[in-house]
Design a protein around this ligand. Structure first.
Ligand code: TXA
Ligand code: MG
Length: 390
């Protein structure tokens, strides 16, 4: 399981710009004081306990807290408190028609959030929970409208990260938690990504170390006649199909489609399906190349001296570019989907921080274990080329 924050031995206090919306201020903030972000370390048992207590206290008061999960960091609020969830939407700048995932720490809590618990949910929960799988089910009356964007379904996840689980247990209520970034930006996988993204908007971040999975959970809708994969992730469609024993010729349907249109202002089925959803600032090209020379020739046409270029490779490593280091940056991630998932968003955040204007990522294999990563690359890429550079 995830290592819990091996960094930041002391509480980091970062003075920040004033919070943007007055309504988004944490309840413990003094009005005249510029708010500061507390980043709580959690890498010893005593620090862990202290962080759980402090986070739970804030959440009970209706504040929002940034918490680690095994996928990406989440911006958490009491899912049963509509004002707290409204605060979360306003901090994130999230459109009101995009529902949020509800996080639970037991099957019992999960069942209290839904109207019915089908056999398919039992099977998937026993196979993959706690873990990076989100189940969309008919919502119970205790879930406020704002959580589901007015829809009659709720997305539920039982995360495996010990900090997230401990905080939910300490609270005794489920936590609504979208990824802790501003709407449509890259999800955070470290506490410092969260601090950068939410500067001036939150007061408490619990540092649970770098996320073990690194991309968002797989989302599957179990409210339709056939299960529908809404967002691919590290739990592949194949492994879900194996558990559900669904006919492979008809399922999954519609994965990666454009967002469904909803007549009459109905909530969107899953806005995470939008074509551009997880985009970094840089133009992102997904390419493969015959050899390093071919790649170098193509990059030479891009004036990398003026417009910084960065390459992320995993099989055909451009050793010469890596040795020169400038003007083209090179990162090498092992050719392994778990390692790639863990590293990808950090690389995107680093490139944005360094002002990279073009990011070239080597094409990933077309196989079930890579489908979550391929999905995020497709959504983040402004150009998507599958051919080889010869
Ligand atoms: O791994 C994750 O899922 C992370 C961590 C923090 O748990 N959370 C996350 O939340 O990625 P967010 O809000 O960034 O993405 C949730 C996705 C969105 O695409 C949203 O539209 C969809 O889940 N969603 C939420 N509730 C839904 C519902 N009732 N029906 C369909 N889709 C839903
Ligand atoms: Mg998100």
């Amino acid at each position: 399981m995830s290592s819990v924050g091996a960094r930041n031995p002391t509480v980091a206090m970062i003075k920040k710009k004033p919070l943007l919306p007055q309504s988004a201020r944490g309840m413990s903030c003094a009005v005249d004081e510029p708010p500061s972000i507390n980043i709580l370390p959690a890498h010893t048992p005593a620090l862990f306990e202290a962080a759980v207590r402090r986070a739970a206290l804030h959440l009970r008061r209706g504040s929002v807290v940034v918490l680690p999960t095994e996928t990406v960091y989440g911006l958490a609020a009491n899912a049963l408190n509509p004002e707290a969830v409204a605060l979360l939407y306003s901090i994130k700048g999230r459109p009101a028609n995009n529902p949020v995932i509800v996080h639970v720490s037991s099957l019992e809590m999960a069942r209290s959030c839904v109207q019915s618990w089908p056999e398919s949910a039992s099977r998937l929960a026993s196979a993959f929970w706690p873990g990076p799988l989100t189940l969309v089910l008919p919502r119970s009356t205790q879930i406020p409208d704002i959580v589901t964007a007015g829809g009659n379904t709720v997305a539920l996840r039982f995360p495996s990260h010990p900090m997230m689980r401990a905080v939910i247990e300490a609270c005794g209520f489920p936590l609504a938690a979208p990824s802790a970034n501003l709407s449509s930006q890259v999800s955070p996988t470290t506490a410092s990504h969260c601090a950068q993204a939410l500067e001036g908007r939150v007061t408490l971040i619990v540092d649970g170390g770098p996320c073990q999975i690194g991309i968002e959970s797989t989302v599957i809708d179990l409210t339709l006649a056939e299960p529908r994969l809404l967002r691919p992730g590290m739990i592949s469609a194949d492994s879900i199909r194996a558990i559900l024993m669904t006919d492979s010729s008809t399922w999954p349907s519609g994965v990666g489609d454009a967002a469904p249109t909803m007549p009459g202002g109905e909530p969107l089925r899953s806005p995470g399906m939008f074509a551009k959803h997880y985009a970094p600032q840089a133009r992102l090209l997904v390419w493969s190349w015959k050899n390093e020379q071919a790649l170098q020739d193509r990059i030479a046409t891009m004036s990398p001296e003026q417009d910084p270029v960065h390459v992320i490779a995993h099989t055909e490593i451009p050793l010469e570019l890596q040795r020169l280091r400038s003007p083209v940056g090179v990162s090498v991630i092992p050719h392994d989907p778990e390692a790639f998932g863990r590293a990808l968003y950090s690389e995107l955040h680093d490139c944005d921080a360094r002002g990279v204007t073009t990011l070239i990522i080597e094409t990933v294999p077309n196989s079930p274990r890579w489908e979550g990563i391929a999905d995020r690359l497709r959504r983040a890429a402004s150009e998507f080329e599958t051919g080889r550079i010869e």
